[in-house]
Design a protein around this ligand. Structure first.
Ligand code: AMP
Length: 281
């Protein structure tokens, strides 16, 4: 595995692979790898000759009040984990490579960035779309691998790739979970043992809602109320939002039909956890 830190070096290495006719799978990440990241790397490696992973904690997707400074980082551990997955290139650009002095250009995906997490993190997806657009221009992968865990991010980046004609296909990888169901996340490392114990309620609420739908419940309002009740009764978690939306457009639904995304964000202490499930009604 090569660790590459500069854009010209990256382009040179990738051009050599391309001359040999090799296809490139790309996994953008913010590091502090867990089994979710590794699953994306494995799928990319399985399907393509070359797997490129980027590791960059992108400042423009954090609000000034958020956890940029304390976001977990362990480059040594990450590089050894990526090496074990036979990643070909671990690309670790610096802030100066990505946002050099005088940087002016941002990618703003409209409407689907306004609900769900976007409502509470108003500039978050602008930062995500901008950095991923830049990374796609640097890597030019055949396929980019994204996790379903960040369902709104997937929808935003699909729209961006479509609207801006990026020559990349997106593959979505199912959410990897802890044995008790908690979705893997780099931010889980913030949880105290008690918060970690209680955090499983986020997934339990989604499963309960899915079962409710299977048994015939079609009212989004009633499902949301049930999930909220479960979370507040069984944990000290504070619900930021619970939503039932169309899985493709992310528009809220009142009466469930078609492909529905159940999505929520819950604060366990100071840690914000997100999770989601899609249900075909
Ligand atoms: P991050 O480093 O948190 O920005 O995540 C990098 C990529 O890994 C994104 O596409 C995420 O959606 C994906 N990812 C994060 N957690 C999981 C998980 N538990 N299961 C599957 N993919 C995940």
């Amino acid at each position: 595995m090569r660790i590459i830190k500069s854009v010209p070096q990256l382009r040179k290495a990738l051009a050599a692979f391309r001359r040999q006719g090799r296809r490139i799978g790309f996994v953008p990440t913010m590091g502090y790898f867990h089994a979710g990241h590794l699953q994306l790397m494995r799928q990319a490696k399985k399907a393509h000759e070359v797997c490129v992973v980027s590791l960059y904690v992108n400042p423009t997707q954090f609000a000034p009040t958020e956890d940029l400074a304390k976001y977990p980082r362990d480059f040594k551990r990450d590089s050894s984990m990526a090496r074990k997955e036979n990643v070909d290139i671990l690309f670790m650009p610096t802030d100066n490579d990505i946002y050099p002095k005088g940087y002016l250009t941002y990618v703003d995906v409209k409407s689907i960035t306004e609900g769900l997490c976007g409502h509470f993190r108003p500039r978050h997806f602008r930062g995500v779309a901008t950095v991923v657009a830049k990374l796609l221009n640097m890597v030019s992968p055949d396929v980019m691998y994204l996790g379903q865990k960040d369902a709104q991010q997937v929808a935003v980046l699909k729209a961006m790739v479509r609207d801006l004609n990026f020559a990349t296909t997106i593959k979505v990888v199912a959410t990897v979970r802890e044995p008790d169901g908690l979705a893997m996340s780099s931010r889980n490392s913030y949880l105290s043992p008690q918060e970690r114990h209680e955090a499983v309620v986020v997934y339990k609420a989604l499963i309960m809602a899915k079962q409710g739908i299977k048994q015939g419940e079609r009212s989004a309002k009633r499902l949301i109320a049930l999930m909220e009740k479960m979370i507040t009764q069984q944990s000290s978690g504070k619900v930021q939002y619970i939503a039932c939306v169309n899985a493709n457009t992310l528009e809220p639904v009142t009466k469930l039909s078609g492909e529905v995304l159940l999505a929520l964000a819950v604060y366990m202490g100071k840690t914000r956890l997100i999770d989601n499930l899609t249900v075909r009604v």
